[in-house]
Design a protein around this ligand. Structure first.
Ligand SMILES: NC(=O)c1ccc[n+]([C@@H]2O[C@H](COP(=O)([O-])OP(=O)(O)OC[C@H]3O[C@@H](n4cnc5c(N)ncnc54)[C@H](O)[C@@H]3O)[C@@H](O)[C@H]2O)c1
Length: 356
């Protein structure tokens, strides 16, 4: 299988254009195809390949199976001046969440805070792209979503809660990068297991248990079993928190009712919870930015444990990866490119441009 592992480089602009062309050919509007393409490629740029353009075949299969409406447009309903609800109308989660953040930011610009709940949505990939959307508008943010059952609650043995990521962010200062936290409440995101399966790789022990409740390094067996929560009961509680704020509150599916992106039986009915917050509510923006600089310097300049070469701020490793990949291109495994090109052939669009 040596050929399968061979790697090719794709420029991010080519990846974005390719993703958008596949989506448009599948019936998605140009505007939404661009939003989805950019969000997926941002994941590939940041090294979160588990949530990049390799997700496209499963999304396209959802369209073919009639469980996701490619033409759906999200709609927004203002509830109070600082609260709105977006209905994803069972379209892609990306445009629904993008509209939610855009709405929250507009509210925050006037009133200091904006909260938008999203219902009847689908998977929106890597949460960090939404945190980035807020940072680019100069806002702090919270980005929560629920997701399909993958994780037992603490003490339970079968899948109930989603591996639902918790994300938050803030603009940085003059000499510091933005704070971008984006983490699944499991030891590792389930997408990393799908990635290992696609690439024919093993997973580290401690990520998941197999069907019989035994530790496994086999991605296929792990997908048939359960993901392990990070920090025991605390990871389980965070997963429940994502469900309270994203599922129970919004009117979307909850308590194990969300349908996963690889399950073609019915709509996802995912819920999201999005907050944008103005950073200069209690002091000038300059002062806030200076304080972020102090925090950043103290964190990364902290005395290092033995064996540690460098201390990173949350989101920093991903930002460094992005800077490198914007210049050099994004590495993909040939087997993944082949699957994407098979989709291109099926939809009659040009194959992905890449360098060997
Ligand atoms: N939409 C969904 O339903 C869904 C579900 C699960 C996961 N996801 C996505 O999967 C992705 C991966 O999640 P994950 O939990 O495996 O992420 P991860 O463990 O790779 O990173 C989690 C966080 O820790 C920080 N971090 C990691 N290593 C660090 C270090 N050495 N020093 C300082 N900070 C460090 C990262 O910057 C990040 O903010 C996320 O983007 C998440 O949004 C999405």
């Amino acid at each position: 299988m040596a050929g399968q592992k061979s790697s090719v480089q794709v420029r991010h602009t080519d990846a974005e254009a390719f993703a958008a062309s596949l989506l448009e050919a599948a019936g998605v509007s140009k505007k939404n195809a661009n939003i989805i393409g950019r969000a997926l490629v941002q994941a590939d740029l940041r090294g979160v390949e588990s949530h990049g353009i390799n997700r496209l075949p499963s999304y396209l299969a959802r369209i073919r199976n009639g469980v996701l409406n490619p033409k759906a447009e999200p709609t927004v309903n203002e509830v109070t001046p600082v609260v709105a609800q977006v209905d994803g109308n069972n379209g892609f989660g990306f445009p629904a969440a993008h509209l939610a953040m855009e709405t929250a930011v507009k509210m925050a610009q006037i009133f200091g805070i904006g909260m938008v709940s999203v219902k009847h949505s689908n998977h929106f990939g890597m949460s960090a792209w939404l945190v980035r959307q807020a940072v680019d508008a100069g806002m702090m943010s919270l980005v929560f979503t629920n997701s399909s059952p993958a994780l037992p609650v603490w003490g339970g043995k079968s899948q109930l809660m989603g591996v639902s990521p918790i994300a938050a962010g803030s603009p940085g200062g003059e000499d510091s990068i933005p704070f971008i936290l984006d983490m699944a409440p499991s030891v590792a995101a389930r997408g990393k297991i799908h990635k290992a399966l696609r690439r024919g790789e093993k997973i580290p022990e401690g990520w998941a248990l197999d069907e019989e409740g035994k530790p496994t390094d086999d991605p296929e067996k792990a997908l048939g079993g359960v993901m392990l929560p990070m920090g025991g009961p605390k990871g389980s509680a965070l997963a429940i928190m994502m469900d309270v704020f994203s599922g129970v509150l919004s009117g979307s599916a909850f308590a194990g009712g969300v349908t996963g992106p690889y399950d073609m039986s019915k709509p996802g009915d995912v819920g999201h919870f999005i907050v944008a917050l103005k950073p200069d509510l209690f002091m000038s923006l300059d002062e806030f930015r200076q304080r972020m600089d102090v925090l950043y310097r103290r964190v990364v300049g902290s005395e290092k444990m033995e064996g540690v070469e460098r201390i990173y701020f949350p989101g920093e490793i991903e930002q460094l990866t992005e800077e490198k990949r914007r210049k050099e291109g994004i590495p993909f495994v040939q087997a993944e490119i082949d699957v994407l090109n098979a989709e291109a052939e099926r939809l009659g669009v040009a194959k992905i441009q890449h360098a060997p």
